[in-house]
Write a protein that binds this ligand. Structure first.
Ligand code: AMP
Ligand code: GLY
Length: 423
């Protein structure tokens, strides 16, 4: 099979690494990919939203299947684009069609879905600039902290949580009236604040059946002790130690099953990953958000724990035979620590040569923001590399990642030294 992966981060390198181990793989292509994917496949220099370029690459390289990494092309309808094209129609795309991708593309759509299917989530109301005053009144009816979410995609920055009522009103105005997040904040969802510990559950569905993948927890803040600005994710752990069987049963019954059933009831075709962001309030799970793709860096700990041949698994998603597959997971814990460019998630420099990662043996190095320039591997993004290790528990696994990180260096390299601190 010839497979094309869309994307260029640690998530895509991890999927490439896993597919590369399959006997059923012939050629692996990644668009646009990074220096890590170039080692195990062929990078094609086209963007994930360049649908015409993607079509051309698919036909030229005889691609049999496309795996979509990030949400953007899904929300823009890449899967629909394939279905509507007579030359591409038969090629399976892993990732939902545009209608279901709206679960990530619009917070209001996701909240309506959750309510319609009685899936536990925070109470909410949504507002536009027309009803700013009603928004103020709703904020007054809530207790601090106040959670404001831009409805549309805002590069992971669209959620603002504030303790002060007046600041929350100002923020609401800035989002709705001053278009703080552009068109993404033309509508704002205001939510009840839920207090608890977060985790994520990943589901793979073929639109008929589904499989629950290992749980993971990521560390989003740049600073130790979960302080400072939000990032794409600074590290992750799988499985989540506090997600015991009793809690997983609740997640399964109250959230996963009604989500997949809800997609069917609402006639939302879905072949791909569902990333369910959850919060544990006392002993009960509530949905914080849906994403229509795998997480990054959660992929770097979830995929390495899947023992099956991933080509077989994706084929089964494509032809809706997922029920016939028994997924097996590695019992060990996997952890990953993200190496980032100094300054990230604010301004940072690129083009720094990365040294010392080539000879690491007991961790897996997944490239994220890297590229090859003049024969050297250099940084090309904020998140540069994820160092994944296995262990008997998260401390054991993290120790390996941290030891191996000592061997890697690039100018202004930064990483969090406290992944798992709260467990
Ligand atoms: P989201 O982009 O929806 O994942 O939100 C970003 C982060 O905001 C989440 O990971 C949570 O930490 C936090 N958050 C979102 N909604 C709530 C809520 N209703 N209560 C408490 N925290 C929330
Ligand atoms: N790590 C969070 C995400 O991928 O959305």
């Amino acid at each position: 099979m010839n497979i094309l992966i869309l994307g260029s981060g640690g998530r895509e390198h991890t999927i490439a690494w896993k597919l590369h181990q399959s006997k059923n793989l012939s050629n692996l292509y990644i668009a646009p990919g990074n220096a890590g994917t170039a080692d195990i496949g062929i990078n094609i220099p086209i963007g994930v939203n360049d649908f015409k370029g993607i079509k051309n690459a698919v036909l030229t390289n005889d691609i049999d299947m496309v795996i979509v990494g990030p949400e953007d092309p899904l929300v823009n309808g890449i899967h629909d684009f394939f279905l509507n094209d007579s030359e591409l129609r038969e090629i399976p795309v892993i990732g939902p069609q545009k209608a279901a991708a709206t679960l990530e593309g619009s917070k209001e759509f996701a909240k309506e879905f959750l309510y319609r299917h009685n899936i536990p989530t925070a109470a909410y109301q949504s507002f536009t600039s027309e009803d700013l005053e009603e928004g103020y009144t709703f904020l007054e009816s809530l207790k601090a902290p106040y959670v404001l979410k831009a409805d549309g995609l805002a590069a992971g920055k669209g959620v603002v949580i504030l303790n002060d009522l007046n600041e929350a009103k100002e923020e609401l105005k800035s989002m709705l009236v001053d278009a703080k997040f552009g068109n993404a904040s033309a509508k704002v969802v205001i939510e009840e604040f839920l207090s608890g510990i977060e985790l994520s559950v990943f589901v793979l569905t073929d639109g008929k059946g589904y499989k629950v993948l290992p749980t993971a927890k990521d560390y989003k803040r740049i600073g130790e002790g979960d302080k400072g600005l939000n990032t794409g994710g600074m590290g992750a752990i799988s499985p989540v130690p506090f997600a015991d069987n009793a809690f997983m049963d609740k997640i399964h019954e109250r959230i996963v099953k009604p989500t997949v059933d809800g997609l069917k009831k609402d006639n939302l075709p879905y072949k791909g990953f569902i990333f369910i962001g959850l919060i544990k309030v006392n002993d009960d799970p509530f949905v914080i958000e849906y994403n229509v793709r795998m997480g990054d860096p959660e992929t770097e700990v979830v995929i390495p724990r899947i023992k099956n041949d991933l080509v077989d698994v994706f084929k089964a998603v494509g032809d809706q035979s997922l029920d016939s597959i028994d997924l097996e997971f590695d019992e060990r814990t996997a952890t990953t620590v993200m190496l980032v460019s100094g300054g990230y998630p604010e301004a940072y420099e690129k083009g720094k040569e990365i040294k010392g990662y080539e000879n690491i043996e007991d961790s897996i190095v997944f490239h994220a923001g890297t590229q090859i320039k003049n024969g050297k591997v250099v940084t090309s993004g904020g998140r540069v590399m994820a160092i994944t290790s296995y262990g008997n528990n998260h401390k054991d696994a993290l120790q390996k990642s941290y030891q191996n990180i000592q061997k890697i260096n690039f100018d202004k390299m930064n990483y969090r030294k406290d992944i798992g601190f709260d467990l």
